[in-house]
Write a protein that binds this ligand. Structure first.
Ligand SMILES: C[S@@+](CC[C@H](N)C(=O)[O-])C[C@H]1O[C@@H](n2cnc3c(N)ncnc32)[C@H](O)[C@@H]1O
Length: 197
């Protein structure tokens, strides 16, 4: 992953987070209050661990964070809620079953997953859209009614349809571009609040 060493990068290091991406979740939390004390949070694409660490701190010791990633690299989530790591590809049924066996229903599902970019803008965007759609499908079985959803996606063709799909499933659905997300990046976040079950 390309590292941008800007203000957010230095701020994250100082606060003990391994990646600047933590501010993309923090901004949403401050604005929309996605997570609350005691929540069970599923963090998809959790490496190197900034979102999981942040979520664990917000939800506190009565909560639970389950993080999933393809990458087995070291991950340290200390303090706050207990953390479980699941190694694997979340698009695979076996990995989803493992996640369900740890906790049958989650209060929030967050995803910062990004496909490995190929340099082909259109193909990368389509891959990101497919991944986001899979996360929306996973929410159907793993998110409790009333739960919240926050998922990265590259904006482009067919994006509007994805937002419409989210609108059918959540009491409120919107697109959010955090300030910490670089303006030249096509990434935005699809936010759903109040899953209709
Ligand atoms: C931008 S990083 C996440 C950064 C993380 N939110 C943080 O703040 O530390 C995206 C991650 O998504 C993971 N990923 C991509 N596709 C995945 C998949 N199908 N299943 C699980 N993890 C995936 C990648 O391995 C990568 O570690």
């Amino acid at each position: 992953m390309k590292q941008v060493q800007d203000h957010y990068f230095h701020k994250a290091k100082k606060a003990g987070y391994p990646a600047r991406s933590v501010y993309k979740l923090e901004e949403a939390q401050q604005k929309f209050k996605l997570l609350k004390a005691g929540d069970r949070v599923l963090d998809l694409g959790c490496q190197p661990g900034s979102w999981s660490l942040y979520a664990a701190r917000v939800i506190g010791p009565r909560g639970l964070v389950v993080g999933v990633d393809l990458n087995p690299g070291p991950i340290q989530v200390r303090g706050g809620a207990p953390f479980h790591f699941v190694l694997g590809d979340i698009t695979k049924e076996t990995v989803q079953t493992r996640v369900r066996s740890i906790c049958p229903l989650y209060d929030a599902i967050v995803s910062d997953m990004a496909p490995r970019t190929t340099g082909n803008r259109w193909a990368d965007q389509q891959h990101s859209l497919r991944l986001a759609r899979t996360v929306l499908e996973i929410a159907e079985t793993l998110l409790r009614p009333g739960g919240n959803f926050y998922c990265k996606v590259f904006e482009g063709e067919d994006f509007k349809e994805l937002v419409e799909e989210a609108r059918l499933r959540f009491a409120k659905a919107r697109v959010f571009k955090p300030k910490s997300s670089r303006s030249e990046s096509r990434e935005v976040f699809l936010l759903g609040q109040g899953f209709q079950g």
